[in-house]
Design a protein around this ligand. Structure first.
Ligand code: PAF
Length: 283
């Protein structure tokens, strides 16, 4: 497995592989890898001959009060895991290479970036789309895999690629959960023991909604009311948002007619967790 920190070397490698007719799959990450990331690599293998994983904690997607400085890092362990998965290249650029002095260019998916998570994290998605476009320009991937855990991120990146005629195909990969239902995330490690126990409420509340829909209830307001009641019965959780949206456009829906995503963000103590599931109306 090759480890490269150089943008030029990464692009040179990618061009060489393309000249041999090889398809490249990219999995962009911020490191501190877990089973969720590894599942993205396995997904990428279905599509690609060569796998590149980038590890880059992207400062532009954190606001000054967020956890950029404390974001968990373990490069040595990440590299071991990636070797075991048969990854071809790990691209680990320095911040100063990705954002040289007087950096001032950003790409924004205007409306979608302001909704949902964008309401509390106002410049977050601008940072994500910018770094992803940069990584695409460096790695030149045919495919890029994004976990559905960050569903809004996945849809925003798809929209950027469509709007800017980017030829990299965006492939979604399903959420990987702990045994008790909590979606895997590098930030779960911030939870104290008793908070961790209550963190399952995200998934439980969405499953409650799913069961109501299975029974034929279609009115979002009534479903949300029950979800809020359940969440508020716990000690730690504080709701940031619960939204029912069209799975493709992320437009809010008030009645469940077709495939709908429930998007949820909850504070548990000082940790903000997100999750989502797809529900379908009863036939
Ligand atoms: O989902 C993440 O880990 C990050 O937002 C990403 C896509 C690697 C961009 O920095």
């Amino acid at each position: 497995m090759k480890i490269t920190k150089s943008i030029k070397k990464q692009t040179k490698w990618s061009l060489k592989e393309h000249s041999k007719g090889k398809k490249i799959g990219l999995i962009p990450t911020m490191g501190f890898l877990h089973e969720g990331h590894l599942s993205l690599i396995r997904k990428a293998k279905e599509y690609s001959d060569r796998i590149v994983v980038s590890i880059f904690i992207n400062p532009t997607q954190f606001s000054p009060e967020e956890d950029y400085k404390e974001y968990p890092r373990d490069e040595e362990c990440d590299i071991k895991l990636l070797k075991n998965e048969g990854v071809d290249v790990v691209f680990i650029p320095e911040v100063s290479l990705m954002y040289p002095g007087e950096y001032e260019t950003y790409v924004t998916v205007e409306k979608l970036s302001k909704e949902y998570c964008g309401r509390t994290r106002q410049t977050h998605f601008r940072g994500v789309t910018t770094v992803i476009l940069k990584l695409f320009n460096i790695v030149l991937p045919d495919f890029a895999i994004f976990g559905e855990k960050d569903y809004q991120q996945y849809i925003i990146i798809k929209r950027m690629c469509r709007d800017l005629n980017i030829s990299t195909k965006i492939i979604p990969a399903p959420i990987i959960r702990e045994i008790d239902g909590l979606a895997m995330s590098s930030r779960n490690r911030y939870l104290m023991e008793d908070e961790r126990k209550e963190a399952t409420i995200l998934y439980e509340s969405m499953k409650k909604a799913e069961n109501m829909v299975k029974k034929g209830i279609k009115d979002v307001k009534s479903i949300k009311k029950e979800m809020v009641k359940l969440i508020e019965s716990k000690k730690f959780p504080r709701i940031d948002y619960i939204e029912f949206v069209d799975s493709e456009t992320l437009r809010r829906v008030s009645t469940i007619h077709g495939p709908t995503r429930i998007l949820e963000a909850i504070w548990i103590g000082r940790v903000r967790l997100i999750d989502n599931i797809e529900i379908r109306p009863k036939r």
